[in-house]
Design a protein around this ligand. Structure first.
Ligand code: SF4
Length: 312
């Protein structure tokens, strides 16, 4: 059975995230930073989430794990294996069924030896043996177990983070920008590990600003813009080029890559507090018409999904 025909491990439906904050005169205000994110990830599949910074990629990762700041409010649905992912379930599954590979290696405890960090979730002799095997699998010699994080290179620290996350064989792995600061070789190797984990049956949500690396490992790519999903497409469409894509922003995003036309997109992503009516990309879109000022829902198109009234 292909990934396409199985029940999603993760389903995110029209997720909104707002933050309560104090505005002028200490008035309490709510700022909605995520407008509408939807996607799903199936067993054995890597779905990469791409978009410029501020598009909402990392907030999605944190919402799935239930680790948003306390002033965050969410609306919409997040389902894990068909079940509503409540805060209680997020606590129960976090670190076991659902694992986070965080953005920064600062998540490693600087005062704890590597071997201990790799078994911290499960503990016990059997867990130690499993962790040792996992470290070996990621090319980390037994002596690394005795090391502290500051003694590791960037690539090694990154591998330790992966081991700590996957040692409990989670069904869903959320990797939040796992490659910044790594050289091309170490970044490619990190992503190869994700491919391996997906091939062994995990569902992987890969949040990255680096679409080029995503193209190497992902099965599908979701493009975020100003807190909305604007397109979800098979990776082959991105490899084929902009004509195979559906949304004007995805096309422009691809065109802006150095290996393509290297043409920056004119204008800027709108600020969350000052969003236009209707399509959020309208100010930068050459195809806009009056219809674009109405609400624009996601719709299926050519084996993918798009949030654009004129996409064909
Ligand atoms: S809905 Fe209109 S403005 Fe928005 S991307 Fe499509 S054509 Fe452009």
């Amino acid at each position: 059975m292909t990934a396409e025909h199985t029940q999603p491990v993760l389903e995110v439906r029209e997720l909104q995230i707002s933050f309560d904050m104090y505005g002028k005169g200490l008035r309490r205000e709510s700022l909605r930073v995520i407008q509408s994110l939807s996607l799903d990830v199936r067993k054995g599949e890597i779905v990469a989430v791409v978009g410029s910074s501020g598009a909402g990629k990392s907030l999605l990762a944190h919402a799935v794990l239930g680790i948003l700041p306390s002033n965050a409010r969410t609306k919409g649905r997040i389902l894990y294996k068909g079940e509503e992912l409540t805060p209680a379930l997020q606590r129960r599954y976090r670190g076991t069924e659902i694992a986070l590979i965080p953005q920064s290696v600062d998540y490693l405890d600087p005062l704890m030896r590597v071997g201990k960090q790799a078994v911290s979730v499960r503990g016990g002799g059997e867990a130690r043996r499993t962790a040792r095997a996992a470290l070996a699998r990621y090319g980390l010699a037994p002596r690394v177990e005795r090391m502290f994080p500051f003694q590791l290179s960037g690539g090694m620290a990154r591998r330790v983070l992966i081991v700590s996350a996957v040692v409990a064989t989670p069904a869903l792995i959320v990797a939040d920008e796992p490659t910044p600061g790594l050289g091309t070789e170490a970044a490619t190797e990190t992503l190869r590990h994700f491919r391996q984990l997906a091939d062994e049956g995990a569902a992987v949500l890969l949040v990255t600003h680096d679409i080029d690396l995503a193209l190497h490992v992902a099965d599908r790519i979701a493009v975020f813009y100003a807190g909305t999903t604007v397109e979800i497409a098979p990776v082959l469409d991105f490899k084929e080029g902009k004509d195979a894509l559906r949304h004007p922003y995805s096309k422009a995003f691809l065109d802006a890559l150095p290996q393509n036309a290297f043409r920056p997109i004119a204008g800027a992503q709108p600020y969350a507090g000052k969003l236009p009516q209707g399509c959020l990309f309208a100010d930068r879109c050459a195809m806009r018409t009056e219809t674009c000022a109405d609400a624009v829902p996601m719709r299926p198109l050519r084996g993918g999904e798009v949030r654009c009234v004129h996409a064909t």
